[in-house]
Design a protein around this ligand. Structure first.
Ligand SMILES: Nc1ncnc2c1ncn2[C@@H]1O[C@H](COP(=O)(O)OP(=O)(O)O)[C@@H](O)[C@H]1O
Ligand SMILES: [Mg+2]
Length: 355
């Protein structure tokens, strides 16, 4: 097992830069999740680490070895793809053992590794089946088994659960977390799904357009985002954003409203345009609320209620309530943004304004 370091990593296809300078240190045994919207370069970054693409600039270090120019098979990494890429004519046993046969792992050693991986992944009873005779979740486990028997220093997972239905995804997520705990291996897991990132990661790396936006433990990113992108990406429904202007007395006037709110940050220049962020679970719907909005939809989920309402500036506000709530459409509600749970961002740069 070993850690991994990326130094100033860049990748261009032709003239288009896809990865624009990524620096990252991953500790031995850590599970790091790369998350970001489709097309932001997650797969490309993983393929660079695996050696399936050549870097344009920068360095990849695994353990103590600079592997930037090392052959993929000799990097000590194993990758699991979204499309399981199993051989249809081979049994589960042959699929899992294929890499070991190619690499001429001695037979007794290969058999022992295979048996251990199959037991770990609950595939022992299925070893003689072919992929067509397996469920989606079982196929994905075979693909993971193939990675495990290689005994890599670093596991790379590229959206491995995307092809599974919602229920199975949740189950496999739990299995992957348990697998990480048992193997204690260094893992990089790529997903566009922020819930997967929040639930699996030791640390999350949020990517946008080939750059790292923020790195941190899931709840640290959720509670303390550095910018509007990270604030909006983690959490569902996403954080509410109201654009506002700083008044001469330092209070904030949201666009379209005649009311001012206290600012979570002091010393702001009057006239500055800011964005006030508040998570749905922190919105207070109350008769003496300073702001109004007109209710669009109410989603009763039993344990919680989501209220979506149009604000004065035509922003749609999402509020999550723990109690049941049933106002009719078009009804006006009053709400407050509790100052202690709001966050402030610069409207032009999107960067967080901290006290
Ligand atoms: N071989 C390639 N040649 C040219 N462009 C590519 C190639 N591979 C990926 N890209 C582009 O790089 C960008 C990032 O792709 P990718 O890493 O697959 O994103 P993600 O996995 O985050 O969805 C996309 O715009 C994609 O079209
Ligand atoms: Mg991808």
């Amino acid at each position: 097992m070993s850690g991994l370091e990326l130094k100033g990593l860049r990748k261009a296809f032709g003239l288009t830069e896809i990865i624009s300078g990524v620096d990252l240190k991953i500790a031995d045994g850590e599970l790091v999740v790369f998350v970001g919207p489709s097309g932001c370069g997650k797969s490309t970054l993983l393929r660079l680490i695996a050696g399936l693409e050549n870097v344009t600039a920068g360095q990849i270090v695994i353990g103590d070895h600079d592997v930037t120019k090392v052959d993929p098979a000799k990097r000590g990494v194993a990758m699991v793809f979204q499309s399981y890429a199993l051989f249809p004519h081979m049994t589960v046993r042959q699929n899992i053992g294929f890499g070991m046969r190619v690499n001429r792992v001695p037979k007794p050693e290969a058999a022992a590794r295979l048996e251990k991986a199959a037991a770990l992944l609950q595939l022992t009873e299925l070893l003689d089946r072919r992929p067509a005779q397996l469920s989606g979740g079982q196929r994905q486990r075979v693909a993971i088994g193939r990675a495990i028997v290689r005994e890599p220093d670093v596991f790379l997972f590229d959206e491995p659960l995307s092809n599974l239905d919602a229920e199975l995804r949740v189950q496999m997520r739990g299995e992957l977390a348990a697998l990480h705990a048992r193997l204690g291996a260094t893992m990089i897991y790529v997903t566009h799904d922020q819930v997967e990132a929040m639930t699996l990661a030791d640390r999350i790396v949020v990517l946008r357009a080939g750059r790292v936006e923020q790195i941190g433990a899931p709840l640290d990113l959720y509670d303390d985002p550095d910018n509007l992108f990270v604030a909006g990406f983690l959490g569902s429904p996403r954080m509410n954003f109201l654009t506002a202007e700083v008044q001469p007395d330092g209070r904030l006037r949201p666009n379209g409203y005649a009311a001012d709110l206290p600012s979570p940050v002091g010393g702001l220049t009057p006239g500055r345009r800011v964005v006030l962020g508040c998570r749905p679970e922190n919105i207070e719907i109350t008769d003496d609320g300073a702001l109004t909005a007109s209710v669009k939809t109410v989603e009763q989920l039993g344990a919680s209620t989501f209220v979506h309402a149009d604000c004065a500036s035509s922003v749609v506000l999402a509020a999550e309530l723990r109690q049941r709530w049933s106002l009719k459409n078009q009804t006006t509600l009053r709400f407050n943004l509790p100052t202690a749970s709001t966050q402030l961002f610069d409207a032009d740069t999107g960067l967080r304004i901290r006290q």
